[in-house]
Design a protein around this ligand. Structure first.
Ligand SMILES: [Zn+2]
Length: 506
């Protein structure tokens, strides 16, 4: 006699919200060709990410049926827009719940989340998602979530869900792996072989993302400690959320979650060990990374060129809209040569160029970038020649969805410089990606990008860049490491190291 298959609903609702950006993330930002997605389109939406790993491992199990529930894919602005509106959040969650109910019953649910979502008027949105899914799916089903290490989470999510898995490394190397683990552990739980038993700790530490590179101690050491716990104990999983300081939310800051197979004592022991270790390392976690002013960074780049330590990466980690002009402005003012600037986001300029039928060789004299908010600065005049016109980074790989059908333009100016203009925020994470837009990164001495840590993947871990300089503007704009300059309403900065007077732990 055939047994009924294990039925698992798969959903996604993921956003890293920079709540300090002045324009909201709306329903429209999640609607484009391919999004929302359901069925097989959702299941195959991210083959190398969490969803890909989840689907692959779930399908290695006999008699498991996956159902893709209607879900929005990523915002077309990436994380380059502010608070998600309540209307947008409820719109997509309502549709998700309706589809879930229509296709019930389910034994389990998989939620592909981020953890740093910020919704106007709705604290802890990931826990609200979990609660609504729990109400719809019933008390006996198991729910698992996958998260980004930049998630701002506390114990709320695991009140409604049973399991969570976070990416461990920054750059985010292991999304697929965590998706695989989520599937395996969820199916084991449904079959009674794993009894999810969790513990959560929040040591009062908050750090800006640029400091969180896990290729560097002591961030690396905390990841290693989590891995050691997972290695020495069977069925133990340790989640390390570094937290995301640019979402002004009540559950911001560092978090550890530990999952064991029915062993609360062990879960608590490991969670304490991780949190107390982080607390001991707090000073280095915060002060262990050097960040320069943009003006100084450009001076240091010139010295590196003289010393032959090229290519140089100048990474403006603080630009959250993608439109910031500070680096471009200083490249022009300090007459840096042979520099590739990628990218300055400017949707308006791109649309003007599109209407003009822009083509390579056209003369170019426009005000570029800025405008979006004070952190982006005022537009900068660039005079040169249109160099390349393309579908943007990723377009060669048949990019679809949010980033599909874009127009990107690069402009040659000054002494061998090229500026790349994109419609939206784009973090360049590897030099080869410039080939997509017809530029050879090897032709430049300096590559100036907007990235915090993601770029280490392609510029640092493989030895490509000989000099790496992290820079931010003099003014403490919203992406700054000087968090005390930000006007938090929900997050109480003085309750965190190193901002409060006498913050203690435990
Ligand atoms: Zn992240």
């Amino acid at each position: 006699m055939a047994t009924r298959p294990v039925r698992i609903a798969c959903m996604r609702f993921s956003h890293e919200t920079v709540t300090f950006l002045p324009y909201d993330t709306t329903t429209d930002d999640f609607i484009y060709e391919g999004s929302p997605a359901r069925g097989e389109a959702l299941l195959s939406s991210s083959p190398r990410g969490y969803m890909g790993g989840f689907v692959t491992v779930a399908r290695e199990h006999a008699n498991v049926e996956l159902v893709g529930i209607e879900s929005p894919l990523g915002s077309k602005r990436g994380s380059g827009s502010g608070w998600i509106t309540k209307e947008a959040f409820e719109h997509f969650l309502d549709r998700m719940v309706a589809d879930l109910k229509a296709q019930a019953p389910f034994d389990g649910a998989y939620l592909s989340l981020h953890g740093a979502m910020g919704v106007r008027g709705i604290p802890k949105p990931e826990s609200i998602i979990a609660r609504r899914i729990r109400e719809a799916i019933g008390p006996d089903a198991f729910i698992v979530g996958t998260f980004d290490p930049h998630g701002n989470e506390d114990e709320e999510f695991l009140r409604y869900a049973n399991l969570a898995f976070t990416i461990k490394y920054y750059p985010h190397y292991d999304g697929y792996l965590q998706g695989e683990r989520a599937a395996r552990t969820l199916i084991r739980s449904i079959r009674g072989d794993y009894v999810p038993t969790t513990a959560t700790r929040k040591p009062p530490i908050i750090t800006p993302s640029v400091l969180q590179w896990t290729g560097n101690s002591p961030w690396m050491d905390l990841v290693q400690r989590a891995l050691v716990w997972e290695a020495r104990e069977t069925d133990v999983y340790v989640n390390f959320y570094y937290g995301f300081a640019f979402a002004d939310v009540v559950d911001a800051g560092m978090t550890f979650q530990v999952m064991t197979n029915g062993d609360p004592e062990l879960a608590n022991h490991i969670a304490d060990d991780m949190a107390q270790t982080a607390w001991r390392l707090r000073e280095e976690l915060y002060y262990g990374t050097e960040v320069h002013s943009i003006a100084d960074g450009i001076g240091m780049a010139k010295e590196a060129i003289t010393a032959g330590a090229v290519p140089v990466v100048l990474a403006d980690h603080s630009d959250r809209s993608g439109a910031a002009i500070w680096l471009l402005d200083q490249v022009i003012k300090q007459k840096l040569s042979n520099t590739l600037i990628g990218t300055v986001a400017d949707e308006e300029t791109i649309e003007t160029l599109r209407k003009r039928g822009v083509k390579p060789g056209d003369p170019f004299d426009m005000m570029v970038g800025g405008k979006l908010d004070v952190s982006a600065g005022d537009p900068v005049r660039v005079v040169g020649t249109v160099h390349t016109v393309s579908g943007g980074i990723g377009s060669r790989n048949g990019r679809t969805g949010a980033a599909g059908a874009q127009l990107w333009v690069s402009v040659k100016f000054g002494d061998g410089n090229v500026l790349v203009i994109s419609p939206y925020l784009h973090q360049v994470t590897n030099p080869e990606s410039f080939l997509d837009i017809g530029l050879n990164p090897d032709d430049f001495s300096v590559i100036a990008i907007k990235s915090r840590v993601h770029f280490r993947r392609g510029f640092d871990d493989n030895g490509y860049a000989k000099t790496i300089l992290l820079v931010e503007p003099d003014q403490p704009f919203l992406g700054t490491i000087r968090l005390e300059a930000l006007e938090y309403e929900h997050l109480k900065l003085d309750q965190f190291y190193p901002f409060g007077e006498d913050v203690t732990y435990p």
